[in-house]
Design a protein around this ligand. Structure first.
Ligand SMILES: O=P(O)(O)O[C@H]1[C@H](O)[C@@H](OP(=O)(O)O)[C@H](OP(=O)(O)O)[C@@H](OP(=O)(O)O)[C@H]1O
Ligand SMILES: Nc1ncnc2c1ncn2[C@@H]1O[C@H](COP(=O)(O)OP(=O)(O)O)[C@@H](O)[C@H]1O
Ligand SMILES: [Mg+2]
Ligand SMILES: [Mg+2]
Length: 356
């Protein structure tokens, strides 16, 4: 199945040039080369040096003392990348972690990847870029057509609206989309604006929306969603509260557009809540394993998460509604163990390749 679209949206400005994004605020730290002593061993252990280029917000949520402490014990050293100096002059790094926007920065990384094939850059900038547009974000899931004895995984039907708000009611009608619809900003770049979503109950009020956006069919799911975190081969699932179901009665009564805030943020954990077991039951592990494996390959990414919902009243009909690159791992249980094991496995993989 192909995702619906009324227009193909190139990432262009009105003047036709590719939109130059502003480099987000980053913490600039001095390169912290320091010897790591491996207590109890006579020969020094090789240190895995991980450079990171992340926003201040991400550093705060990800670089927690419990991660850095465990990493140090396992022989991993995290080093902040300084944007004001050439990347090649820093390090040497074994691994580079990054989540920053900007065309220039992408080019810096791409050049570095070419000139330093021995360094694992997580992940390729182009592959990440793909997730920053909600028109393409879910395409890989749609293409997979995953359906087996454990369940069916699809994506809600959606329509891309590039600019003309007045044409939306007609386009929705033509596309045969069923109300209510979730309106999502087309660009998903982690900014506050990109998380400003609304729910539209009625066709004519759709013209009050502000394109560019994606209109997605709202799927009742019992008010709970599953966040599936992927770190290489590892998968971790948590429950979060989500938007409540919309009844037919509400749909007939409500008109207009309702903006809603960040409903499924970390504070909305539903792991300890007393929930209807049919709603709370996690998606089957084998289904998630298959989905994650296939998506790692199709997206060319190793660090991402999926927001998945189960259609209310079904046992096995799932929808992926969102994919985020380098999500809030700091809120994933045991993330420090999972992440450090992953980083070490990357280095072991390189060593095996060399000696094999
Ligand atoms: O898009 P959704 O599904 O909402 O997921 C978001 C993104 O992953 C955010 O990362 P980014 O801002 O890099 O896109 C993350 O923020 P941090 O990792 O920075 O904390 C949020 O954590 P919470 O706001 O804690 O939920 C997480 O909910
Ligand atoms: N198609 C949908 N059906 C039902 N609820 C949805 C749908 N799309 C989004 N939501 C709700 O809106 C929230 C935010 O949407 P999402 O696509 O995850 O955007 P964001 O990138 O801002 O997290 C989700 O966590 C979920 O609660
Ligand atoms: Mg989300
Ligand atoms: Mg998102």
């Amino acid at each position: 199945m192909r995702l619906r679209e009324d227009v193909v949206l190139p990432c262009k400005n009105d003047d036709g040039g590719e939109k130059e994004e502003v480099m987000e605020d980053v913490t600039v730290a001095q390169n912290q080369w320091c010897p790591v002593v491996n207590a109890g061993f006579s020969s020094p252990k090789r240190v895995v040096v991980v450079g990171y280029a992340l926003t201040t917000k991400k550093i705060k949520s990800f670089m927690q003392p419990k991660l850095e402490g465990l990493a140090r014990n396992k022989g991993i050293l995290f080093v902040a990348i300084d944007h004001n100096r050439p990347l090649s002059d820093q390090g040497p790094f074994d691994i580079v972690l990054h989540k920053l926007s900007g065309k220039e920065w992408r080019q810096v990384l791409e050049d570095y990847r070419q000139s330093h094939p021995e360094v694992t850059v997580l992940d390729p900038p182009d592959a990440i870029q793909h997730l920053r547009n909600r028109q393409y974000m879910l395409q890989a899931v749609a293409d997979m057509n995953l359906s087996d004895s454990y369940g069916i995984v699809g994506v809600p039907r959606q329509l891309v609206i590039k600019r003309d708000a007045l044409a939306i009611p007609e386009l929705v009608n033509k596309a045969g989309l069923t109300l209510p619809l979730v309106a999502k900003p087309l660009v998903a770049d982690g900014s506050a604006k990109s998380h400003e979503l609304s729910l539209a109950y009625e066709q004519f009020s759709l013209q009050n929306l502000e394109p560019p956006l994606v209109l997605q069919e709202f799927v009742n799911h019992g008010g709970v969603l599953f966040k599936v975190y992927i770190v290489g081969d590892a998968i971790k699932v948590v429950r979060r509260f989500s938007l409540p179901d919309v009844s037919k009665w509400e749909l007939s009564k409500d008109a207009g557009i309702y903006r809603f805030p960040r409903v499924s943020c970390a504070a909305a954990s539903a792991d300890d809540a007393d929930l209807d077991p049919t709603v709370a039951e996690l998606p089957p592990r084998p289904l998630l394993e298959k989905l994650a494996k296939e998506l790692r390959w199709r997206l060319g990414l190793r660090l991402f998460n999926l927001d998945i919902i189960r259609e209310y009243g079904t046992r096995d009909q799932f929808y992926v509604i969102d994919i985020n690159y380098f999500p809030g791992y700091g809120k994933m249980p045991e993330y420090e163990h999972i992440f450090t094991d992953f980083l070490l496995s990357l280095e072991q993989g390189k060593y095996k390749k060399k000696s094999g």
